[in-house]
Design a binder for this molecule. Sequence first.
Ligand SMILES: Nc1nc2c(ncn2[C@@H]2O[C@H](COP(=O)(O)OP(=O)(O)OP(=O)(O)O)[C@@H](O)[C@H]2O)c(=O)[nH]1
Ligand SMILES: [Zn+2]
Length: 188
Amino acid sequence: MAVDRPRVEAAVRELLAGIGEDPGRDGLLDTPARVARMYAEVFEGLDQDAHEPLSTTFDIEHQELVLVRDIAFHSMCEHHLLPFHGMAHVGYIPGGGAVTGLSKLARLVHVYARRPQVQERLTFQIADALMDELGAAGAIVVIEAEHMCMSMRGVRAAGARTITSAVRGMLRDNPSTRGEAMALINGR
Ligand SMILES: Nc1nc2c(ncn2[C@@H]2O[C@H](COP(=O)(O)OP(=O)(O)OP(=O)(O)O)[C@@H](O)[C@H]2O)c(=O)[nH]1
Ligand SMILES: [Zn+2]
């Protein structure tokens, strides 16, 4: 279901009233509609699945690692509805000759990032989609991110970075392949 904009607008009006603001004052009049449009954009992944980006495949005889590093992403922490953002590094070993377009790896990240998320789930959903939707023989996903809910409030650990990884198939089972992938991710 797509984001219900009138419902979000009503909720934002209520939220503004709840924090003691006047939703009718000049500067806030358009805010509920603006936030509803923004939520439709930042949560558009709720309406998409991994089939979409991964349905474009090419028959290329490449049985080794394909890795795209430094895919910038923004997501929303489902606990506080504050952004977390950073870099995703996504690699896979093609299975059965199915290679996807490089941009599709970034699109896959966005499908899962543009939802209420936690970093761990974002990480393993991308890895599982590469295995299940693309039929990869192995997958590795490493995400490094800063969480606004840890920076601007609460513990106020500004600059702290959280790193998560999910490793599947051949990349999990073969230490040297996994080591090669990790070295590439770390820029060595
Ligand atoms: N595992 C995990 N935790 C997250 C993520 N994003 C935010 N959190 C944490 O979710 C937790 C929610 O804890 P609560 O105690 O319910 O909420 P809170 O009182 O606002 O917690 P503080 O942030 O410690 O003030 C916090 O520790 C956050 O740091 C995430 O992606 N993964
Ligand atoms: Zn949070």
